[in-house]
Design a protein around this ligand. Structure first.
Ligand code: ZN
Length: 507
């Protein structure tokens, strides 16, 4: 490298590090807001977070960054070195950020701030009309945003790219079509089968004992408490301020034995991704999960493939039973395993089991596509929502609160976000199947609490890379193919045939 490009690179790196530091400070303020901040601090906190985020953004999108990237551009092709990867990813981020005018960014921020409020009122009053006007504006702004960013085939591609870089709406549609064709008959077959009893999960379970059990599980699976912690919040989430400071939150319900544990496992899956990133990338824009879908694959893997498996409970059930003798003393391992995997169609996404969950996501993706193509009007959404819910899940929401208004995502302007949940579920099965074939006796390892081989395999094959590789590149490298619904469907058929009887096969 010449000394000029060497100092150009150092200057670029300095800008990136400063922008990342400001983002991390904003994330810390947000974490604090959700965990310990007194409620009266809300207004000031919103302002402080916005100041840090916009300062970070302005620092990065300056002309100077563009000049440096221009001078460094010949050096990053086809190399996985630290330097080449920093320049490559920064060039992508910069190009995207510069395509959005400050006027459009401002308009989106103002509209979504208002929409969050109207959504909250509409949700509370079960009245979609209250939110419809703001949602119309948001859809219009998202279309403008897509046009500004540009796309090869479909405006939705430009929106999706923010959350799942490199995948197109057409690819998502193909994957989802495959999935839906097989999944709807599976769900219908399960609905006709006899349901395992699960009332014992909703007796009263001491919160402190639940917390201690969850902490023991997190330690066992290898979430590093020297470089992270867990706290309580009303909506569980995970965040990180560096790869050495990763925060999880959970919530514990006294009358639900499993919701706290599975949300802890889920968030720890996200957290271990962040902790597993190559230390060389620390403090730069490469030190993040590569996409929301890949991030979700890691949380779902620990929550479902591991946490809801028979092997896992072969090891842990005895321990849980000992802690809650009164309620679980007469419940067998088999009954418990079937109960925690019970499939039950609910109109509400966040209450969905792992089998029906993806149908909730497909419905949202299809409606988003129709909105962006301007083929349906916002006012038609409540009816369309209910019709599709009925055809996929056989249930009709009673009102808007349980239907079209249930998620905050659209009020935040996050069109293109939902598909990443299902992509994450599908990738979790692809990644897990690959780990299983390479690690051999994975079920046995899980049954004996030997989690290090799996965790280290995930670190080497997924976490380590940060944003150096895209999700598609990781999957391609691992499976010699693209993102596919097949491994997830195989997993579901096998597991739920065992639970519900061999009635749900078919292909
Ligand atoms: Zn998640």
């Amino acid at each position: 490298m010449s000394s000029t490009t060497g100092s150009d690179f150092q200057e670029l790196l300095k800008i990136i590090r400063a922008a990342c530091d400001l983002q991390a400070a904003a994330a810390l303020l947000e974490w604090d807001q959700e965990t310990y901040m007194p409620e009266a601090g809300t207004e000031a906190r919103a302002r402080q977070v916005a100041t840090l985020q916009s300062t970070s953004h302005e620092l990065f999108v300056r002309d100077r960054t563009g000049e440096l990237l221009e001078r460094l551009k010949d050096e990053y092709e086809d190399s996985m070195s630290f330097r080449a990867s920093i320049v490559r990813v920064a060039a992508r981020d910069f190009a995207r950020a510069r395509k959005l005018s400050p006027e459009l960014v401002g308009e989106i921020a103002r509209t979504t701030a208002r929409a969050k409020e109207s959504w909250r009122h509409a949700y509370g009053e079960n009245n979609f009309d209250r939110f419809a006007g703001d949602l119309e504006k948001i859809i219009g702004l998202c279309i403008q945003k897509a046009e500004a960013i540009g796309y090869a085939e479909h405006p939705y591609d430009a929106l999706l790219d923010e959350y799942e870089p490199g995948i197109t709406a057409a690819q998502v549609k193909d994957i989802f079509d495959d999935l839906r064709t097989s999944l709807v008959p599976i769900v219908h077959a399960i609905e006709c089968a006899s349901q395992p009893r699960n009332a014992f999960l909703y007796y009263s379970y001491d919160s402190d004992i639940q917390w201690d059990f969850g902490m023991e599980v997190l330690r066992d699976i290898g979430f590093d408490f020297q470089r992270g912690r867990q706290d309580i919040s009303s909506h569980p989430f995970s965040t990180s301020f560096s790869t050495n400071d990763v925060r999880l939150t959970t919530r514990i319900h006294e009358r639900n034995l499993i919701s706290g544990l599975f949300s802890s496992l889920h968030e720890a899956g996200h957290g271990m991704y962040e902790q597993g990133i190559d230390p060389e990338l620390e403090g730069t824009s490469l030190a993040q999960g590569t996409s929301l879908g890949m991030h979700e694959s890691q949380s779902r893997l620990w929550e479902n493939q591991v946490g809801r498996s028979r092997s896992f409970w072969t090891s842990y059930y005895h321990d849980l039973q000992r802690r809650f003798k009164q309620h679980l003393g007469s419940v067998s391992l088999d009954e418990f395993y079937r109960a925690i995997n019970r499939v039950h169609a609910s109109p509400v996404r966040v209450e969905a089991d792992e089998v029906t969950y993806n149908l909730h996501i497909m419905l949202r993706f299809e409606l988003e596509m129709l909105l962006i193509e301007e083929k349906v009007a916002v006012r038609e959404l409540p009816e369309l929502w209910c019709d599709r819910m009925e055809s996929y899940l056989g249930i009709r929401p009673e009102g808007d609160t349980d239907g079209v208004l249930q998620d905050i995502h659209w009020a935040l302007g996050a069109i293109g976000y939902f598909p990443t949940y299902t992509l994450g579920n599908l990738m979790s099965a692809q990644v897990f199947a690959c780990a299983k074939s390479e690690l051999g006796n994975l079920d046995e390892q899980i049954a004996t609490r030997e989690f290090a081989p799996l965790r280290e395999w995930l670190q080497a094959n997924v976490h380590h890379w940060g944003r150096k590789l895209s999700a598609s590149e990781i999957i391609e490298w691992m499976t010699k193919g693209g993102i596919s619904a097949t491994p997830w469907l195989d997993y579901v058929r096998q597991k739920y045939s065992d639970i519900y009887g061999s009635l749900i096969l078919g292909s």
